[in-house]
Ligand binder design. Structure first.
Ligand SMILES: [Zn+2]
Length: 152
């Protein structure tokens, strides 16, 4: 993963699911590490406030990923391509939080995205957002045969 720059492996393109999607330019065998979901780590209360602000300013999509109960990764402003990933009920990738040792000898959580099946070059990379039910039901239009019509 480190050897090949991200621009040569992945590309954002218009998706039939929603807006922009993340597509792979190369074949990815099952269990490949695809990309890190990078962004700014913020507290839940800050995330809630920002979400409202993004809504009001009409910034459109907001890209947030729950790290744990207290922390959220906000990729809206400083994220990488990973934020373009769409939800699908038949996802071909999954996100996993792993602990990485920092230079200071501390542990830092990182969100890594892995393939859960063989993905062919040109295919869109999707994962199951697994939104908590408290956020209300969001409509899903992924088009998978097993689509349940909502994201949670
Ligand atoms: Zn669906």
């Amino acid at each position: 993963m480190k050897a090949v720059p991200i621009e040569q492996r992945l590309t954002p393109k218009r998706s039939h699911i929603h807006g922009w999607g993340l597509f792979t330019k190369m074949d990815l065998p099952k269990d490949s590490m695809i990309v890190e979901y990078m962004g700014e780590v913020i507290r839940k209360s800050v995330a809630d406030a920002r979400e409202k602000a993004y809504e009001i300013s009409g910034e459109g999509s907001c890209y947030m990923f729950r790290l744990d109960l207290l922390r959220i990764v906000d990729a809206t402003k400083i994220g990488c391509m990973a934020r373009f990933m769409n939800h699908s009920c038949q996802a071909n990738a999954y996100a996993k939080i792993i602990s990485v040792d920092t230079d200071q000898g501390k542990q830092e959580p990182k969100i890594m995205v892995f393939s859960n099946t063989d993905i062919k070059a040109g295919e869109e990379i999707t994962y199951d957002y697994k939104f908590p039910v408290e956020d209300g039901s969001l409509k899903c239009s992924c088009g998978a045969p097993n689509c349940i019509g909502r994201m949670n």
